[in-house]
Design a protein around this ligand. Sequence first.
Ligand code: DGL
Length: 249
Amino acid sequence: MARIGIFDSGSGGLSVYRELVKLLPLEQYRYYADNSHCPYGEKSPLYIQRRARFITERFLDWKADIIVVACNTATAAAIATLRKEYPDVPFVGMEPAVKPAALGTETGVIGVLATAGTLKGSKYLNTRGLYESDVKIVEHVGQGFVELVERGILDGPEAEKTVKASLQPLLDAGADRIVLGCTHYPFLKPVIERLSGPGVQVIDPAPAVARQTLRILQDCGVATGIGPFSIILEASGSTEPLNRIFELI
Ligand code: DGL
């Protein structure tokens, strides 16, 4: 049985947990929502590194076998530092799924929705550099998306209005692939898909991250699939938003 620690600035990382538990249903999970410091999107890398270190220590006290940084912004800001400071701990991070979008687009335009921190990060900029000579890449911060999800507003007029404001510029540019570059955004996928229309594919990288987690556990020789399943949900602020999304999934 593997001990899997997962963290995010809030409830968004549950979109990754949702995929992990499909592949690895019989493990022990611990999820930490750093929601008293949410959103991470506009915070400095140093600030996020401090938070990531604090959460990592918590997971290591619990004897985690692997830590999933289920947050694109924290991956961009802190995963390199975490890997340097904890060389024996396997970390799995998020990355906007630019590659499948670039390979699949028919219009030659892909749209990326992410936080400002992710879009400024060197990891994303490097990936972008690999594809931007072949396809046009347009980006937009999902303004207000994280706050919507934390308030449990996943559909309805307010969600539509907020999503449309950031999504429309990408659609107007001709994007037929929309990359969800923040783990909160998959909870708004039904709205994003509805507003995008049938010709547009919305891409969530969480299933790929779950497969990568399984591969790393196997490479590290951690036994999986034995059970029993358990999950601890904790937050630096109120656990209410977290429980609300957890109930949903
Ligand atoms: N879920 C996040 C991400 O993947 C964090 C968003 C935020 O806190 O701004 O980037």
